[in-house]
Every structure is written in C-alpha cells, then in structure tokens.
Design a protein around this ligand. Structure first.
Ligand code: SD4
Length: 300
C-alpha cells in the first residue's frame, strides 16, 4: 500500500483536489481521479484557460488540448478539439480505445462522436464577450504573465490544470487540460497535449506536468526532462531547478514569459518550481489540502 497523493497546478484547483482525493484513498484509480479533476475544471466557466469558459484564438474560435498518461506505453491526447467540453475524456478514450496516442482537430471530435460523447458549443458567452472586448481594444495578443494570488482569484491567461496522482496501490497517473493561449494564432498547439512536453509519467521514474508558455516548455521537452533527471537520481526539486535553468539558458526570456512545473517521484516526494513569481500549486495527501508557493523561483 502507498500513501495517496494528489498535486495540481494553480490555486483554483484546491477545491477540486480536495473533493476528489477521498477516491484515491479508497477504490479509485489514479487515472480516474486525474481525469475527474480535469473534468471539474473543464466545466467551470469561471476558469478562462481550461474547458468551457476558456478564451478563444484571435479569430474568436475556441479549441481545447488535453492529455492523460500512466506510463510511456499508455498515453492519450487530443489537440484542437472544437465540439466537446471534456477533452481530457477524449484523450483517455484515445489511450484506452485505440492503438494511437494522439488525435487532432475535427477528426478528434468525430472520434469523440463515435464514442457517444456529447457534441456541443465550447465557446461560452463570457469568453466571447472578453474576445470582443480584446478585439475592439486593438492591443497586441500578448497576455501578461499569470499571477496567482492564492485565493482562487486568478489574473492572466495561463493556467492549464495539470494534475498528478498516486493511488493507494502506488499507481501514478497524470492529466492536463487547457484552452491554450488566449488570442493564439488559429491552429496553434502548445505543450499540454504533447507527451513529454506538458506531461510525462513513468512508473519507475516519476511524473511531471507543466503550465505556462507552451512554446518554452516544448523547446526543451520539459516534463520528460524532469522525469528523466529524477530517474538519474535527482530529487524533484533538483530536477525542476535544472530544467528551468536549461529553459532559461535556451530561450531569450521576456518579462511576460512564465513556465511552472509540478513533479513527484514514484514514492511521493514532490516539488514545484516556476520561472518567476506568480505561480502556486496545490497538494492533498490525506493530512490536509493546501495551497503552496513553489519550492523554486528561478528569477526572483
Ligand atoms: C499552452 N501551457 O497551451 C499551455 C497553456 C497554459 O497555463 O499552461 N496555461 O501553452
């Protein structure tokens, strides 16, 4: 038996992991729980970067990306979903019902239809209104870095929900779900649905999940790198630090750039880190559910 653990990105996820945690300690599998956590965020219209409520691209079109993973041979993801409100569940179907690991665009929506998932509009009125306001403002499509004030109130537009769980049987699983960058170029896909970029899970080495500017994360295969470093003996904190340092070495960073990671070893040693201030993460381990500041902030 293992001690169950649930960790996730951003303070808005606290009530979500708190309510889903009990299933981890009883019969629920880590995969069921990480899917359930993403599904709650996907339906919460007040979260403007995940699921329904997510902000659209610069043409006013909303698209979702998501992934799930339990091991290098068990992953599923979707990019550019446009008609289904639970991309994380479509990703799980890709993992469990096909021999593939990724489906894209309207064909991924067709695949979801073929499995009986409800097809519906994914652009909320609130998100459309925000897009119209942005469009009229004539400001460049560069959102400010996210600032998580830790009260459930969020500012900024980067807040993929990434969740990692260890269940009572010691099984690891991870999920992430996002509407991507607000006002993105139509067709843009970030790190979240790409295995090894926004999410990576290896039962022998650990799990990691990223949030923030997907292009930066993708450029260094961020989540894979963290898990690989842990597999070579680094602690989660050391692995996240070295990955953020590598990212900072490789990219000409701008003040609006933010990237953050959460990670755990298979035995439940966890950590989080961010490029700059403004990121928080949540942990539930049975003792309590809490919002934490990252263990590393590369550029204070
Ligand atoms: C992306 N990483 O599409 C995602 C967005 C995000 O927090 O993390 N939001 O680049």
């Amino acid at each position: 038996m293992s001690t169950p653990l649930l960790i996730s990105t951003w303070s808005f996820s606290l009530p979500i992991i708190e309510s889903e945690f009990p299933r981890l300690a009883t019969a629920g599998s880590a995969l069921d729980v990480v899917e359930a956590c993403a599904r709650v965020a996907e339906l919460d219209e007040s979260i403007d970067s995940v699921g329904y409520g997510g902000l659209p691209d610069r043409e006013g079109r909303c698209t979702f990306d998501a992934a799930v993973m339990t091991s290098p041979s068990d992953s599923g993801s979707v990019c550019g979903i446009e008609r289904h409100r639970h991309p994380v569940s479509v990703a799980r179907l890709v993992m469990e019902e096909t021999e593939h690991s990724m489906l894209v665009g309207s064909l991924a929506d067709d695949f979801a239809d073929s499995h009986g998932l409800e097809s519906t509009s994914i652009l909320s009125d609130r998100a459309r209104t925000k897009w119209e306001t942005w469009k009229e403002s004539n400001t460049p499509p560069v959102p400010p870095p996210p600032l998580d004030v830790g009260t459930g109130e969020l500012f900024g537009s980067h807040d993929t929900i990434g969740t990692i769980a260890i269940d009572a049987g010691g099984t690891l699983a991870g999920s992430c779900s996002t509407s991507g960058m607000a006002w993105k170029v139509p067709g843009r896909v970030g790190d979240s649905p790409i295995i090894g970029h926004g999410l990576y899970v290896d039962p022998k080495r650990g799990a990691a999940c990223g949030t923030g500017h997907g292009e930066l994360i993708s450029g260094i295969c961020g989540s894979f790198l963290i898990v690989d470093l842990m597999g070579r003996g680094a602690s989660p904190k050391e692995a996240i630090h070295d990955t953020l340092a590598r990212l900072a070495e490789c990219w000409p960073l701008k003040k609006e750039h933010q990237v953050a990671f959460i990670a755990t070893t298979p035995s439940g040693e966890y950590a989080a880190g961010a490029l700059q201030m403004g990121f928080k993460y949540c942990v539930c381990d049975g003792a309590s559910a809490r919002i934490l500041d990252p263990d590393i902030i590369l550029h204070n």
